[in-house]
Ligand binder design. Structure first.
Ligand code: UPG
Ligand code: MN
Length: 732
C-alpha cells in the first residue's frame, strides 16, 4: 500500500447520506389530508343517528383506524434518506490483504419446496464474489437434513473449481450459473471455454435433478464420499444428529481451482433435530450457523441470504464494507440491509410482488430515523451485533481483523467434531441464545424482531438500495403462496406488537419515535383487516337496505370525505408513478392490498388472538420456490390469478366481489331514478363501484374462465350462499 495515497484519501468518508427532496410541499399536502381526516371524525361524532348506532360506530371505528394508520405510514415518508458508498475510496485506502473476512450464510429447509439445484445456484454465486477467496467462507444450513442437498453441494464444490475462475476471467454476471446460462442461450461468448463450462454445469444440474427425482443418492455415489456415512442411520427432517462437513477447506493448500487460485471455504451444516425439541425455524438455524462459523472461520462480517436469493452483483461485498469501515460513522453500524428483489416478476405483476413503495420509500424512510428493518435476507451483519453485544464504540477495523481462530490450525476432522457439538439441540439449554444472543426465538418473523433488538442495543443499521440489484430471489407465482407468506409475516409482526418487544415500549428512549411508528406500519397489518372488512361489507349492505352512511352530496360535510379519499388515492398513485411503477402495477397493488387485508391479515389477526389465549403454537410455513406445473406457469405468465385449493380464502374473496356487485346493481336500479335518494347514496355507490372494478378478475375467474386456476364452481356456490345470507341478515 502506498502510504502517500493513503494519507490524501484518509479524510474522505467512505459513504454519504442524502436526504430526499420535496419536503415542504409534501408536508403541506399531508396536513390538508390530516385536516380532512379530523373533519370526517367530527362529522361521525356530531351526526350520530337515532337508530342503527352500531352500524354508524362501525364506520367511525374504521375511519379512526384508517386515519391513525395513515398517520403512521407518514412516519416512513417524513425523513427519507439514501446512502451512497464509495468503493473506489475503499480500495485506495485498504489493500486486499487488509480487508476483513466475510462469512456467508445460506439457509435451506426442504429439498422439495427448495430444489437443491436452486440452492446450489445461490451457493455458487456466493463463492464467486469478487473478493479474496481466502477471506470468504460459505455455509449452507440445511434444515431439511437431506442427502439430496448434501449431494448437490458436493457437486457444486467440484464445479466451483471451473466456475469461479471462469467468472473472474470473463467477469460473468450474474454468478448463479443457473440464472446465467438460462439467460444467454447459444451465445458462444468466449468460445470453447464457454461451451465447456456450460456443458459441465448442465451435466451437474442433470445429476442433481436425477438424484432429486429418485429421492435418494445411489449407493455407488455414496461410497465415494465419507460425508454420506452421516445418512447411514435413520435420518429424517425432524430427527437426526448434527452433520457438519467441510467440503472445501480454505486453509488447505490443495484447495485450488483449475487455474491454481485459492477457493473459499465451503461448509455443509445440518443442525441436530429431535422430535419434541423446539428447533425455532430459521432463527435456530441462523444461531447454529453463528456458532459453527465462529469455530471455523469467525469472520467479523456476515452475509445472510435465503437459498433462493442469489448474488446479482459480484462487487456488493465491497459496497457493504464502505459502511462498516467508514472511520467516523462505521463503528456504530450493525447491519447493511439490501432490498428483497425478484427475478421472476412479469410485466403484469398480478400478485404485486414488486414492493416498490416498501423498497424505494419506506425502508429508506425508516433508515432516516435509524430504524430500517432487517428483512432476513440480503443483509450484511457485523458479527458482534448479531450475536447480541451492545454498541460500545470499540469495534473498529483493528478488531475486525482479529484472527485467533486460524492460528490454532486444527485439522478438518477436528473442526467438524468441535462444530457438531455447537449444533446440538442441547447446546442452547440454559444459555441466552434466542433471547439475548443471536436471532430472537418465538416469532415467525425472527428477522424483524431481531433487527429491532439490535437497534435497541445502540446500533445503527443502514439500508442500501443500489440501482443494480445486489440480490435476486424467487417471488410467489400463485395466490396461495403469496397469501401464505403474508399471513406468516402479518401474524409474526402482530405478535411482536403484543409482546414485550412492542416498539413503543421496548424501544422507548432507545430508538427514535419515528422509527417506533415506522415499525408499526407492518406490525399493524393484521388488525387493519378489521376496518377493511367493515368497509367492504357495511356500505354495500347498507346500500341494499336503503340506509345512508355518508353525508349528502349537497352537504358541505361531503367534502372532507371526498377529499380524504381522493387525496389519499392520488397520493399513492403519484408516489407509485414517481418511484417507477406503472398505472397497471398500482392498480394490481390496490387489488392485492384488498385481498391480503381481507384474507391473510384477517386470518393472522384471528390466529394471534387465539394464541394470546395459549391455544396454538408458532409455526413457519416454508414457501415453495419451484413451479413444476407448466400450465400454472403459463397462467402466471399470462397474468391470470391462480386460485388454488385454499377454499376459505377464495370464498371470502368471491363473497366480497359478489356482494358489492349485487349492491351496486340494485343500488343503481333503485336510487338512480330519484335525484334526492341518489345524492344520499353517492358515496356508498362509489365505494361499491370501486370495489367492483378492482374485482373484475374475480368475476372473470368465477364466470368466464375454464382453466384449472379458476375459482371452482363449488367454491363459487358457497360464496353465493354466504353473500345471500349476508344480504338477508336483518341487522338493520
Ligand atoms: O425451519 C426453517 C424454515 C425456513 N428456513 C429458511 O428460511 C428462509 C425463508 O423462508 P421462505 O419460506 O422463503 O420465506 P419467505 O417468506 O420468502 O421469507 C421472508 O420472511 C422470513 C420471515 O418470515 C424471513 O426469515 C426470510 O428471510 C424472508 O426472506 C428460507 O431460505 C428457508 O430455507 C430455515 O432455514 N428453517
Ligand atoms: Mn423466500
Amino acid at each position: 500500500m502506498n502510504p502517500n495515497k493513503k494519507r490524501e484519501n484518509d479524510d474522505l468518508p467512505l459513504f454519504e447520506t442524502k436526504a430526499a427532496r420535496g419536503g415542504a410541499a409534501h408536508k403541506l399536502f399531508c396536513s390538508t389530508i390530516f385536516a380532512g381526516i379530523i373533519l370526517t371524525w367530527v362529522y361521525r361524532l356530531t351526526h350520530i343517528p337515532e337508530s342503527r348506532i352500531h352500524v354508524w360506530f362501525s364506520m367511525f371505528f374504521s375511519e379512526v383506524f384508517f386515519g391513525l394508520y395513515w398517520i403512521i405510514t407518514q412516519s416512513a415518508r417524513w425523513h427519507v434518506v439514501s446512502r451512497h458508498p464509495f468503493k473506489d475510496r475503499l480500495s485506495l485506502r485498504y489493500g486486499e490483504e487488509e480487508l476483513p473476512k466475510v462469512d456467508i450464510f445460506v439457509c435451506t429447509a426442504d429439498p422439495v419446496l427448495e430444489p437443491p439445484s436452486l440452492v446450489v445456484g445461490t451457493v455458487l454465486s456466493a463463492v464467486s464474489y469478487n473478493y479474496p477467496p481466502e477471506k470468504l467462507a460459505v455455509y449452507l444450513s440445511d434444515d431439511g437434513g437431506s442427502e439430496l442437498t448434501f449431494f448437490a453441494l458436493l457437486e457444486a464444490s467440484r464445479f466451483s473449481k471451473h466456475w469461479v475462475p471462469f467468472c473472474k476471467k470473463y467477469n460473468v454476471e450474474p454468478r448463479s450459473p443457473r440464472v446465467y446460462f438460462s439467460r444467454c442461450v447459444d451465445v458462444n461468448e468466449f468460445d470453447q471455454e464457454w461451451i465447456n463450462v456450460k456443458q459441465l454445469y448442465e451435466d451437474m444440474e442433470s445429476r442433481i435433478e436425477s438424484v432429486a427425482r429418485k429421492g435418494c443418492v445411489p449407493q455407488e455415489i455414496k461410497d465415494r464420499h465419507k460425508g454420506f456415512s452421516e445418512w447411514e442411520s435413520n435420518v429424517t427432517k425432524q430427527d437426526h444428529q448434527s452433520i457438519v462437513q467441510i467440503l472445501i477447506d480454505g486453509c488447505d493448500q490443495e484447495a485450488i481451482d483449475i487455474e491454481g487460485n485459492k477457493l473459499p471455504t465451503l461448509v455443509y451444516l445440518s443442525r441436530e433435530k429431535k422430535t419434541g425439541c423446539a428447533h425455532n425455524f430459521k432463527a435456530g438455524s441462523m444461531n447454529a450457523l453463528l456458532r459453527v462459523s465462529a469455530e471455523i472461520s469467525n469472520a467479523p462480517i456476515i452475509l445472510n441470504v435465503d437459498c433462493d436469493m442469489y448474488s446479482n452483483d459480484p462487487d456488493s461485498i465491497r459496497d457493504a464494507l464502505c459502511f462498516f469501515l467508514d472511520e467516523k460513522q462505521g463503528k456504530q453500524i450493525s447491519y447493511v440491509q439490501y432490498p428483497q428483489q425478484y427475478n421472476n416478476i412479469i410485466e403484469n405483476d398480478i400478485y404485486a410482488n414488486i414492493n416498490l413503495a416498501i423498497n424505494q420509500i419506506e425502508l429508506s424512510g425508516l433508515d432516516g430515523f435509524g430504524g430500517t428493518l432487517y428483512v432476513g435476507t440480503g443483509c450484511f451483519h457485523r458479527r458482534v451485533s448479531l450475536s447480541g453485544e451492545k454498541y460500545s464504540g470499540i469495534h473498529t477495523i483493528e478488531c475486525l481483523n482479529d484472527d485467533e481462530v486460524n492460528t490454532k490450525k486444527r485439522s478438518v476432522e477436528e473442526l467438524e467434531e468441535a462444530s457438531k457439538v455447537l449444533a446440538n439441540c442441547s447446546y442452547e439449554n440454559g444459555t441466552l441464545w434466542g433471547q439475548e444472543m443471536g436471532l430472537v426465538y418465538g416469532c415467525p418473523v425472527e428477522d424483524i424482531v431481531t433487527g429491532l433488538t439490535i437497534q435497541c442495543r445502540g446500533w445503527k443499521p443502514v439500508y442500501y438500495n443500489p440501482a443494480k440489484y445486489a440480490f435476486e430471489g424467487v417471488a410467489p407465482t400463485t395466490l396461495d403462496v403469496s397469501l401464505i407468506q403474508f399471513k406468516r409475516w402479518s401474524e409474526g409482526m402482530f405478535q411482536i406488537f403484543f409482546s414485550k418487544y412492542c416498539p413503543f415500549v421496548y424501544g422507548h428512549r432507545k430508538i427514535e419515535f419515528g422509527a417506533q411508528m415506522g415499525y408499526c406500519i407492518y406490525l399493524l397489518w393484521a388488525p387493519i383487516s378489521l376496518p377493511t372488512l367493515c368497509y367492504v361489507v357495511v356500505p354495500a349492505l347498507s346500500l341494499l337496505h336503503g340506509v345512508p352512511l355518508f353525508p349528502q352530496i349537497s352537504s358541505p360535510w361531503f367534502l372532507p370525505f371526498a377529499y380524504v379519499f381522493g387525496a389519499k388515492t392520488a397520493y399513492t398513485l403519484v408516489e407509485a408513478l414517481i418511484i417507477g411503477d406503472t398505472l397497471k402495477g398500482w392498480w394490481n397493488l390496490q387489488r392485492m392490498v384488498l385481498i391480503r387485508r381481507t384474507t391473510s391479515f384477517f386470518f393472522a389477526f384471528v390466529d394471534t388472538m387465539i394464541r394470546q389465549f395459549g391455544l396454538s403454537q408458532t409455526s413457519f410455513v416454508v414457501t415453495s420456490k419451484s413451479v413444476d406445473d407448466h400450465e400454472a406457469r403459463d397462467r402466471y405468465e399470462k397474468g391470470l390469478i391462480e386460485f388454488g385449493s385454499s377454499s376459505v380464502t377464495t370464498i371470502i374473496i368471491a363473497t366480497i366481489a359478489l356482494l358489492n356487485f349485487v349492491s351496486l346493481v340494485c343500488g343503481l336500479l333503485t336510487k338512480l331514478a330519484f335525484g334526492d335518494e341518489f345524492g344520499k347514496f353517492v358515496a356508498q355507490l362509489a365505494i361499491c363501484a370501486v370495489l367492483v372494478m378492482l374485482n373484475l378478475p374475480i368475476y372473470e375467474a368465477i364466470f368466464l374462465r375454464s382453466d384449472r386456476g379458476k375459482i371452482p364452481s363449488s367454491v363459487a356456490v358457497k360464496a353465493f350462499v354466504v353473500a345471500s345470507i349476508l344480504c338477508l341478515l336483518r341487522i338493520y
